[in-house]
Unconditional design. Sequence first.
Length: 325
Amino acid sequence: MKFSVGIVSLAQLVLVTQYTSTLAAQYHGYHSPYSFDCNYQHSPQWMTSIPSSTNLTHLSIPGTHDTMTSVVVSHIFQCQNNHLGAQLQAGIRYFDIRARLNNNELLIYHQDSYTQHSYLEVLTTFFNFLDANPGETILMRLKEESTPINSTIDFLTAFNYYRLNDAQTAPGCSKHFWVPPQPGPTSIPTLGDVRNKVLILQNFGSDPAEYGIKWESPLLALEDDYAIPDLYSGLDSKFQAITDSFTAAKAGIESNDGKLYLSHLSASVGVLPIEAAAGTDNGSVVGLNDRTGLWLKGGNGGRTGVVIIDFPGMGLVREVLERNY
Ligand SMILES: *[C@@H]1O[C@H](CO)[C@@H](O)[C@H](O)[C@H]1NC(C)=O
Ligand SMILES: *[C@@H]1O[C@H](CO)[C@@H](O)[C@H](O)[C@H]1NC(C)=O
Ligand SMILES: *[C@@H]1O[C@H](CO)[C@@H](O)[C@H](O)[C@H]1NC(C)=O
């Protein structure tokens, strides 16, 4: 028994060494120069030097889709391979948090798949990061995922419990949640307005939004074509949707149209998220992360708005961040 445990640990050690040294842009047999290794990017304070008068809409912000799914075992539901803390250190500032009521707690799910993470853990990770890096801003899409399990309260009641009553989260919410000037804010704030704060993109509860900016509000320009007919023909049309969205973002930002542009690189219906991002494991299809990384590296587009990525790599995060300078 003891002997076999030793063998397992050695095998795990060899595996970890491979992933973290020579094969950084490889994961589970998938190879992609613009995927997987965002944990090598160190940009914990990239917003701190940007003037407070800057419109948030003018920033180019790397984000993750289904942020908390780095430990889900099934490829069907896994969209990330780096945990929230590593994403924050890499410079990622938009997070897709999907909480489901389970025994009156908010736990993080991707559809019916439990990610092993809780909303409490998400909030405390955000607040610790903002306390250590007070010049930064976090955008949190908070979505009610699936249907409640064995719960006697509704989503809004649970959200407000963490916000107002839970001793582990209420002080942080009071300090760090951005409060809109009125329900249903009519403009996106400046960077200065939301520095050291969490801006909630409210994908739950009522409209007008009381706790942030409503998801699908006219203030947001959203590209989220996530259903792909199949891996071969589908990625071409999805990539077209991504570059169309970047082109619209550039024009909207240059003309000051006041919208926050959000472009999802991710796709998950008709394809595995990892194959949409990184292509097939035999290299027959090039994934969306590499296509987008090369498009940006080639000098196309301008400011990007929020770029929402599955399995982001260091090179892709860098291409987005560089659009701010
Ligand atoms: C459902 O909730 C009740 C009351 O909180 C609890 O006693 C019970 O163990 C829960 N059942 C399950 C399956 O979690
Ligand atoms: C910020 O956006 C508003 C609304 O679109 C615009 O009127 C203003 O000029 C912008 N500010 C800067 C500094 O670009
Ligand atoms: C490559 O992988 C894809 C997806 O797994 C598969 O459909 C295709 O047949 C493979 N192509 C080759 C040449 O092996």
